[in-house]
Design a protein around this ligand. Structure first.
Ligand SMILES: Nc1ncnc2c1ncn2[C@@H]1O[C@H](COP(=O)(O)OP(=O)(O)OP(=O)(O)O)[C@@H](O)[C@H]1O
Ligand SMILES: [Mg+2]
Length: 638
């Protein structure tokens, strides 16, 4: 067969159908043009799934009247000038191809007015050329109408026949995704139906609620990750479903890279794999993430419909994002096992007599164990916790220490997770995520413990990657226990103190002239419900009989109990946030280790691995002291 030159009209149509495969592609192009023009109010009208009409009305900058003549010509754009600009492209469009392509396979009309223009102008286009132009009345912004899409490409019409419903759903999906990422109001009207579907809201979460409903919005974790300069990742923000969210409808991934809607198979796979460790089989996550990456590290010119971008160091970027989300998920309140532990193995109070489970509480065989690292109660009941400080504790009784060998079915109980929806707690958690440091969290999450360096300065050595760090475990444990107290609120296991400790005696030991506050009794129900701190009146004095269990296999430093009660007497009980935050902080201080053994430090660091969101305040507590490349440089020179 002989080779011949194609007719330019055929070339244009072939090129156009490559970029515009279906109505949703055309809609995405004109919607992105409106966003590039800075529009904050975008109205979309769709008829017959977009085959008959696709119209976008925006309040953006408008098109200069003198530019209208070449608007639909191929390679005419206000965005890209030189090939170098592609490296720093911050607009969604750049090729000057979209409207040209669309005009070859539909009838295009434009009404536009810039701020400076006295009137709006209406122009019509066929096959890239303007066919008419006239001034009309109008406000600032642009209306682009695409009529009879694919009217001159019958094969495409045949392929898409009878799909107007599906096409409309795809269009709506793209509009909703953009509406979630961009501020402003978006609306979509179908076939002149009465009311348009409006997506508005102050935050992305409001819009997610509007689009996907409260069942998704109520189970979201807000993500805010700091960037990593070494891979050009500036920030990651968004919302992801928590481990309680259960959708069988399939995963919903919405990814934006530099505000461009993209599909990223690598991110999708990484996140899906992560969720498989947190949600039951058959459940799928909802993920909306907006990644900001140095623009010279992404290539936007990869796909004709611009739905993919190539990212330099993509694997590292994906790993960083996945590790960041994992940190949030592992800190999430739900899906954990809650246990009861006796403070003193010899306590006269048998372990199973505390908090008998009610009918609503679940037993272990009904629970999905989500953290294989958590040991069962029996494993630590065999190594009873001994009081290490000289404090008046209930008398020990050798025989009753046999309680440690109570069969597993009796000696532990698993309490059902009670969600806490207090605004004050949410605000305290928010404070932590506002100051979170991805870099430090990454070090803590992925470290290997090396050993104790100096107990007097509470320093331990850890390794992360090829770097050696000194960590102030005393300071770090304050953050860790505070965060555990906040996230486990109302869901703690308990540490029983047997007959109890007299609070007045404890305060006396503190050496500070403080009396037991009557508020401890007034607020006893709250202390019990939220914190499992049991304060009772016994023989005319206040006694403490129970404390929350913040960390298994960890010896609570009882020497800190006097100061704990000094802290409690200074609480601002009337202010919910200050009061709850104050108790969490007092509990954190109570749990800070006193002269710990190497294995106790390891226990704390292991817990930090799973649960700590390191904040910037820990910057001076985690210090790099050596790194392998540096050492090589020094020693190779010797
Ligand atoms: N809604 C709009 N508001 C303001 N200007 C617009 C609008 N739509 C199009 N334009 C102008 O028309 C030009 C051509 O648009 P077109 O979509 O064809 O190309 P592009 O956006 O520059 O690149 P791409 O082909 O990658 O989308 C744009 O560069 C822009 O200047
Ligand atoms: Mg464009």
């Amino acid at each position: 067969m002989r080779i011949h030159r194609l007719d330019p009209d055929v070339v244009s149509k072939v090129a156009a159908t490559e970029i515009i495969g279906s109505p949703v592609n055309a809609l995405k192009e004109i919607l992105e043009n409106s966003l590039d023009a800075g529009a904050t109010n975008i109205e979309i009208a769709v008829k017959d799934g977009g085959f008959k009409l696709l119209q976008v009305t925006d309040n953006g900058d408008g098109i200069d009247q003198e530019d209208l003549a070449i608007l639909c010509e191929r390679h005419t754009t206000s965005k890209l000038k030189t090939i170098k600009d592609l490296e720093t492209m911050d607009t969604l469009g750049f090729r000057g191809e979209a409207l040209a392509s669309i005009s070859h396979i539909s009838h295009v009309s434009v009404v536009s007015k810039t701020k400076q223009a006295r009137t709006a102008t209406r122009a019509e286009y066929e096959a890239g050329k303007m066919t008419s132009q006239k001034p009309i009345a109008g406000v600032q912004g642009t209306v682009i109408a695409i009529k009879d899409l694919f009217f001159n490409t019958p094969s495409r019409v045949k392929a898409l026949k009878g799909r107007s419903n599906e096409e409309y759903q795809k269009i709506l999906d793209v509009v909703c995704r953009y509406a979630i990422n961009y501020a402003g109001t978006f609306s979509c009207r179908r076939d002149n139906s009465g009311q348009p579907y409006v997506i508005a809201g102050a935050t992305a979460k409001d819009k997610i609620r509007r689009v996907y409903g409260p069942s998704v919005a109520n189970d979201l974790i807000e993500i805010n990750l700091e960037g990593d300069e070494s891979i050009g990742l500036k920030s990651v923000s968004g919302y992801v479903s928590n481990a309680d969210y259960f959708s069988k409808k399939g995963a919903n991934f919405i990814f934006f890279v530099n505000d461009r809607l993209v599909s990223s198979e690598a991110l999708r796979r990484g996140i899906q794999k992560l969720y498989s460790q947190y949600v039951p089989k058959g459940a799928f996550p909802f993920v909306f993430l907006s990644l900001k990456i140095e623009s010279d590290r992404i290539d936007v010119n990869v796909h004709p419909s611009k739905r993919e971008v190539r990212i330099l160091d993509e694997t590292e970027v994906v790993d960083t994002v996945v590790a960041g989300i994992e940190q949030y998920l592992s800190n999430q309140d739900a899906g954990r096992k809650y246990k009861v532990q006796s403070f003193i193995a010899s306590s006269s109070m048998p372990i199973n007599s505390v908090d008998r489970p009610t009918a609503a509480q679940k037993y272990e065989h009904h629970l999905v164990r989500t953290d294989p690292q958590q040991s069962t109660l029996t494993s630590f009941a065999r190594t009873p916790i001994k009081p290490r400080e000289n404090i008046n504790l209930p008398p020990s009784d050798e025989e009753s220490s046999e309680s440690s060998s109570i069969p597993p079915s009796n000696d532990h109980q698993v309490l059902e997770f009670k969600p806490m929806a207090l605004a004050s707690i949410a605000a305290l958690k928010q404070e932590i995520s506002d100051h979170s440091s991805t870099k430090l969290t990454k070090i803590v999450t992925n470290h290997s413990y090396i050993g104790l360096v100096d107990v007097s300065k509470s320093l331990a050595a850890i390794q992360y990657d090829v770097r050696l760090y000194l960590i102030d475990y005393h300071e770090m444990s304050l953050h860790l226990f505070y965060q555990i107290a906040l996230t486990d609120l109302a869901n703690f296991g308990t540490v029983s103190l047997g007959d109890g400790l007299a609070i007045a005696d404890l305060l006396e030991i503190s050496g500070k002239a403080v009396k037991p506050s009557p508020m401890l009794l007034t607020m006893a129900p709250m202390l019990q419900d939220y914190f499992r701190i049991t304060v009772k009146e016994k023989d005319n004095q206040m006694v403490l009989t129970q404390l929350p269990l913040l960390l298994e296999n960890y010896n609570l430093p009882v020497a800190r109990l006097p100061d704990f009660f000094v802290d409690l007497t200074q609480l601002e009980w009337a202010d919910e946030q200050k009061c709850l935050g104050g108790i969490c902080m007092a509990l954190a201080k109570l749990h800070q280790p006193v002269a710990p053994s190497a294995s106790e430090v390891e226990t704390i660091l292991n817990s930090a691995k799973r649960r700590l969101v390191a904040t910037n305040q820990l910057g001076s507590s985690i210090v790099e002291i050596a790194n392998l490349p540096g050492l090589y440089r020094v020693f190779e020179r010797c």
